[in-house]
Design a protein around this ligand. Structure first.
Ligand SMILES: [Zn+2]
Length: 53
């Protein structure tokens, strides 16, 4: 499980601007019946999270 490109993807909350590593422990994971697993912001609870590379 090694990443060869050395890049770490970062996700950003579009609601409050919170940023953390996409695969880090900072994000909350929520289950949506229609959309499956989603990332939720631990600060504001928004699921408007975009992936940055
Ligand atoms: Zn947020």
């Amino acid at each position: 499980m090694s990443q060869t490109d050395g890049q770490q993807s970062v996700s950003r909350c579009t609601n409050c601007g919170f940023e953390a590593a996409s695969d880090g422990d900072d994000w909350e994971n929520v289950e949506s019946p229609s959309l499956g697993r989603m990332t939720s912001c631990p600060d504001c609870g928004s699921t408007n999270v975009t992936l940055r590379r």
